[in-house]
Design a protein around this ligand. Structure first.
Ligand SMILES: [Mn+2]
Length: 387
């Protein structure tokens, strides 16, 4: 019998909306994983890529991850961690000389010579993220390059299955995008194109389990011959993951049969987008949404810049640090006509008044009050050119 815990997409060092440090959320999740490992004592803990959010992580994030790996290994559970597209191979190289000593194996890049990590009767084929560029030449570009990428990755996975065939327990660890998986907004942003997606049939039934990373929504790959899962991220990384529950997987292989149990994580913080509709009592809506653990993106419906500014500052006042982002959605003809006027050039007089244009730009496009210093500068310039 082999027992393993599968997680992925830690994204240590993640900032949400460029401001909110998520390492507390990560630590909250990893503590739950640690408690589970301590209880169940799996043979392996597998991390399927995107250990860090940045190629060169800050020291706090490195320490957080390093501590977790060493603590898990100290329980007698071997740690295997492969690089994702967010990880820097060069940075992960730094871990490798000493981590092995502690029962922690890091795979910073694809190594076809050492594709398989063998441990007695158990074999892991490890496929860290391979960039599209590494496989297809840049000059080729276009559809051809995408087909070549998908084809080569498929061949690589077939080769990987071949290499583990002789072992009693056979696993795949990969950071890769598979076609027909359910994607959150986050991955769409980071993946070059759906066309690079590898067909799920490449996940050979030779594998008892495929531990995958890259897509942040927890799911089983329905069309794969092998039991294959994206375990998903460990906390809602950004607004594309709004409303998603988060998991890691507990996998047991016994007598050639695989059982998979998703373990739901409690979340330290949740993200939500709220639309402040016109005619709604904004204060009431905002007060209803105000909770210590809920972080919001407020989209304000407004018919005028003044209305937007007013509702925006109301949101700031009520939500404080729980407000991560504010955007505007113009709702009325009056504001649309404002744009129309500019676009079809009907109001040439506006062009004669740069100060007015600047103010309008601030209120409509930026959604904030004009800066008095900039206004002063414009006045000064106008005077200089004699307007
Ligand atoms: Mn990721």
């Amino acid at each position: 019998m082999v027992k393993l815990v599968h997680l992925a997409d830690l994204h240590a060092g993640k900032l949400t909306a460029k401001t909110l440090d998520r390492n507390e959320d990560l630590l909250h999740a990893l503590e739950q994983v640690y408690d589970f490992v301590k209880e169940e004592r799996p043979d392996y803990l597998v991390v399927a890529g995107d250990i860090f959010d940045k190629r060169r992580p800050d020291s706090e994030s490195s320490k957080l991850v390093g501590d977790f790996f060493v603590r898990v290994a100290a329980l007698g559970t071997k740690v295997l961690a492969a690089a994702g597209n967010h990880d820097g191979s060069g940075f992960l190289d730094m871990f490798t000389p000493w981590s092995r000593r502690w029962g922690v194996r890091i795979f910073p890049r694809l190594n076809t010579k050492e594709l398989v990590y063998a441990d007695g009767e158990v074999a892991f084929a490890v496929v860290p993220f391979v960039s599209e560029r590494a496989i297809t030449e840049l000059s080729e570009g276009g559809a051809d390059a995408r087909v070549r990428y998908a084809e080569k990755m498929r061949k690589l996975l077939t080769y990987a299955a071949e290499r583990v065939k002789g072992f009693k327990y056979r696993f795949l660890v990969a950071h890769l995008f598979f076609a027909r998986s359910k994607v959150g907004k986050t991955e769409q942003e980071i993946t070059v194109s759906d066309a690079y997606a590898v067909d799920q049939s490449a996940l050979s039934e030779v594998f008892h389990y495929a531990a995958l990373g890259h897509v942040h929504r927890h799911q089983r790959l329905e069309f794969a011959p092998a039991p294959a899962y994206y375990s998903g991220s460990l906390y809602q990384l950004d607004f594309g993951e709004e409303g998603q529950d988060k998991f890691f997987n507990f996998v047991v292989v016994e007598n050639g049969r695989t059982s998979v149990r998703p373990i739901k994580l409690s979340l330290l913080r949740e993200l939500r987008k709220v639309v402040l509709k016109r005619g709604e009592d904004a204060k009431k809506v905002l007060e209803r949404e105000k909770r210590p653990n809920l972080y919001l993106w407020v989209e304000v419906e407004a018919s005028s810049p003044q209305e937007f500014t007013l509702r925006r500052s109301l949101a700031e006042r009520i939500l404080g640090e729980n407000l991560l982002k504010v955007t505007v959605r113009w709702k009325d003809t009056s504001s649309r006509s404002l744009f129309r006027r500019r676009n079809d050039g009907r109001s040439v007089e506006d062009l004669r008044d740069p100060l007015k244009m600047y103010r309008e730009y601030c209120l409509t496009a930026l959604g904030r009050k004009p800066d008095p210093r900039t206004e002063e500068l414009i006045r000064e310039l106008l005077q200089r050119v004699g307007v």
